[in-house]
Ligand binder design. Structure first.
Ligand SMILES: Cc1ncc(COP(=O)(O)O)c(C=O)c1O
Ligand SMILES: Nc1c(O)cccc1C(=O)C[C@H](N)C(=O)O
Length: 396
């Protein structure tokens, strides 16, 4: 199997992209939590600190383009999301953007639409934010398994908040079909793309997505706590009424007007002063995508996860772990989750052996595959290490 993996690495058209990242001998399969450091980042950060902050100081807001960074970086990201310019803004965290878009969605919808639908298996922050948004707007929050959302949406639904990829088991949801079903029911779609942005091709404009959020520190490699993104379909922008109308979303922030007048475009999603250093790191990190086709990224992602599942099957004692990630390509994100009763303990021992993955309670081991830098040989090595650890379990 190693020989086959080596041949796959040798033939991999994305293999040279690995050089764009700072990596070592560790098998790093946690890019679905924190992406590796792109080589383009450190030099750019040093320059921003020394030149833009150190020398130009306040002048950088205009002379270094700091003032337009949220929408400029948004437009840089937009092609990876399948979005035309002017609909993506970068800033704040995913949680904060979820709040803005969820309350904004309720305000866009008809008053008779008195419920918010929530993907029942959602990442916790989405649920916390949705509970508060529902309370604030006087709407009922109804959690429904993702597979039933299309059927659940009806004349009372204002908006449905859905995760594109389930963070625990790595299941990919049918975004085009569910978006169309929601639209058919007259409801808005709000997609959480944290686990799909940069992992697979997205076509938000073509698929009719209304609203979307996502983070940039996973498959987009923007760095720890990197600013998140928010997408608002251009048709909704004129009526989009943000619940966080900060001065940075004003049409003329420096007019210092006592009245709030939202910017006509996506800038109305901005709130307060952007985190420029993190924004600069993200902007530099996005250079790793220069010339990269997302179709090739998806093809490699599926080849990597296929190989990992096959290697686990071949190299891990039967029954020792249970794959939770769907086998069908159309339902698989860019991670493989395995169930093991002592996932936390197993993870600790994997990390000690140079295989970094992560664990989600109570019993899930997650392995994230980042096609820009993950190789086939190391993928087999990770499965082999897992197999060896499980075979020697009694020796612990
Ligand atoms: C699906 C999903 N949504 C939201 C978040 C939270 O994002 P943030 O910490 O940027 O608010 C995460 C991960 O942290 C996530 O995996
Ligand atoms: N955002 C994270 C963080 O600030 C610290 C540690 C991990 C994370 C993560 O991104 C976890 C991730 N969203 C998950 O899928 O569980």
């Amino acid at each position: 199997m190693i020989a086959r993996a080596e041949a796959l690495d040798a033939a991999d058209p994305l293999r040279p992209l690995r050089e764009r990242f700072v990596l070592d001998d560790t098998v790093y399969l946690d890019g679905n939590s924190l992406g590796a450091l792109p080589r383009s980042v450190p030099g750019r950060m040093a320059e921003v600190v020394a030149e833009e902050w150190g020398r130009l100081r306040i002048r950088s807001w205009t002379e270094s383009g700091w003032d337009s960074a949220p929408e400029r970086v948004g437009d840089r990201l937009a092609p990876l999301l399948g979005a035309a310019p002017g609909q993506v803004v970068v800033g704040d965290s995913t949680s904060v953007n979820l709040f803005k878009l969820l309350v904004g969605a309720v305000r866009l919808a008809d008053d008779a639409r008195d419920e918010i639908l929530l993907d029942a298996e959602t990442f916790p922050t989405d649920r916390y934010v949705a509970e508060s948004a529902a309370r604030m707007t006087g709407r009922r929050l109804r959690a429904v398994p993702a597979a039933d959302l299309a059927r659940a949406a009806g004349p009372r639904t204002a908006v449905a908040l859905v995760n594109h990829v389930d963070y625990r088991v790595g299941e990919l949801r049918d975004l085009p079909a569910l978006t169309a079903a929601l639209r058919e029911a007259g409801a808005l779609s709000l997609w959480d793309l944290c686990h799909s942005a940069g992992a697979l091709p997205l076509a938000l404009d073509r698929d009719g997505v209304d609203l979307a959020v996502g983070c940039t520190y996973k498959y987009l490699n923007g760095g720890p706590g990197a600013p998140a993104f928010a997408y608002v379909r251009s048709a909704h922008l004129p009526r989009f009424d943000t619940p966080l109308p900060g001065w940075w979303g004003h049409s003329e922030p420096f007019a210092m007007s006592p009245e709030y007048a939202p910017h006509a475009g996506i800038r109305r999603l901005r709130v307060g002063s952007p985190d420029l250093l993190s924004m600069a790191a993200l902007e530099a990190a996005l250079e790793a995508w220069d010339g990269v086709e997302l179709a090739a990224v998806r093809a490699k992602s599926l080849a990597l996860t296929d190989l990992f599942l096959e290697a686990v099957d071949a190299l891990v004692e039967p029954g020792a772990v249970e794959p939770l990630t769907p086998a069908e390509h159309a339902r698989r994100g860019s991670q493989v989750s395995l169930r093991h009763a002592d996932a936390a303990g197993l993870l600790e021992r994997l990390v000690a052996r140079g295989v970094v993955a992560d664990h989600r309670p109570p019993d899930v081991l997650r392995f994230g595959f980042t096609p820009l830098y993950t190789g086939f040989t190391e993928t087999v090595r990770a499965a082999a290490t897992l197999g060896a650890l499980l075979a020697g379990e009694e020796e612990r």
